[in-house]
Design a protein around this ligand. Structure first.
Ligand code: PMP
Length: 359
């Protein structure tokens, strides 16, 4: 019996995708073996890879002058790869918005190779809002501008795409495929898979092709987007099963109506939870209105001594993984694409009942 899973990642996957993978596991396409047991260079796996890329291109309307790369090392390898790939043209400054934990980690990494300029920060209010664009102090000569459109831990989402005069780099790990995005406004979009794309073990980078020749000369080949692009993401053995499963998720997303349908659903699901929390005196949201994430929704109980009981009882009620990140405490419900509306309804009903009983 599958339960409702609110994990922030690795997160819930669509049930039809898991069923299809299960069905195909022992005997994939009548070949007498699983997809994990064929060469990544075989025509049959190349077809899987090509279809996954095309489906992702269709879903996000990715223009032809962008490469779509399937890579290893997660989003962490990607935010480490960004300075290596973009600091080779002589500019050393990197503009950052400091919006929380994932901006911070990427900034620390970038600071090892370039000069970080914090354009704006929300640290003054514990990263509970997205800094307004009119307060930003951009550099004149930045190599690129890095931001995290959705901070997975803080539950803060930018409701707009920054307008900048250098390549815009976005870590979309926790919001990719949840709404249409103007890819042409970005230099680079990257994301770890384990939220809205597929299982962990693979990451996607969408890179404008004129940015492929800006790498630092000593770049490790495993981090080089150019090497990956030239080899169609197969310079070395890729995580074939994760790639295949991500491809099944893309097919499922298309059947659901694509990212516009996901956007509408995400507004409905998140509004259900925010409206309930806002009406309650027992629960509250630490995130400023206007910056609230549709994907990751932290909330706190009026008395934190009840946290443990809340978690025990919610789990017993079939609502999994509601514990907030260790660095912030409280609760967090992640409502990625594969989490159905019914899961949010069940969560809100449980929360109302809990409040009535112990609040
Ligand atoms: N960036 C964001 C926004 C994330 O949410 C995460 C993971 N939760 C990461 C980066 C790191 O991803 P990975 O574990 O794949 O390296």
């Amino acid at each position: 019996m599958r339960k409702y899973n609110f994990c922030s990642g690795p997160a819930a996957l669509p049930e039809p995708v898991l069923l299809r993978a299960q069905e195909e596991l022992l005997d994939w396409e009548g070949r007498g073996c699983s997809v994990m047991e064929v060469s990544h260079r075989s025509p049959e796996f190349e077809a899987v890879a090509a279809r996954a890329e095309q489906d992702l291109r269709d879903l996000l309307a990715i223009p032809d002058n962008y490469k779509v790369l399937f890579l290893q090392g997660g989003a962490t390898a990607q935010f480490s790869a960004v300075p290596w790939n973009l600091l080779g043209a002589g500019q050393k400054k990197i503009d950052f918005i400091h919006s929380g934990q994932w901006a911070k980690k990427a900034m620390e990494e970038a600071g090892r190779y370039g000069e970080v300029n914090i354009v704006a920060s929300s640290e003054d209010r514990n990263f509970s809002y997205a800094p307004a664009a009119d307060s930003w102090q951009q550099s004149e000569d930045a190599a690129y501008f890095h931001y995290v459109p959705n901070e997975t831990i803080g539950g803060v989402e930018f409701g707009y795409v920054p307008e900048v005069s250098c390549p815009l780099v976005a870590d979309m790990s926790s919001s990719i495929l949840s709404q249409p995005i103007p890819v042409e406004n970005f230099g680079v979009v990257f994301a770890g898979a384990q939220k809205n794309i597929g299982p962990s073990g693979i990451a996607v980078a969408i890179v404008r092709d004129d940015l492929l020749d800006r790498a630092l000369p000593d770049i490790p080949r495993s981090l080089s987007w150019k090497v990956a692009a030239d080899a169609h993401s197969m310079d070395n053995t890729p995580p074939t099963f994760a790639w295949y499963l991500s491809g099944l998720v893309f097919q499922w997303l298309k059947e659901q109506g694509g990212v516009s349908a996901m956007a509408e659903l995400s507004w409905r699901k998140s509004a259900l939870l925010y409206d309930f929390v806002d009406r309650s005196d027992f629960y509250s949201s630490p995130v400023a209105e206007g910056s609230r994430s549709r994907m990751n929704i932290p909330f706190v109980l009026a008395d934190e001594r009840l946290d443990k009981q809340f978690l025990q009882e919610s789990e017993a009620a079939g609502l999994l993984n509601l514990k907030g990140h260790r660095s912030v405490g409280g609760m967090r419900a992640s409502l990625y694409n594969a989490v159905p509306v019914e899961a949010v309804e069940a969560l809100v009903n449980f929360m109302a009942d809990f409040e009535k009983r112990v609040g």
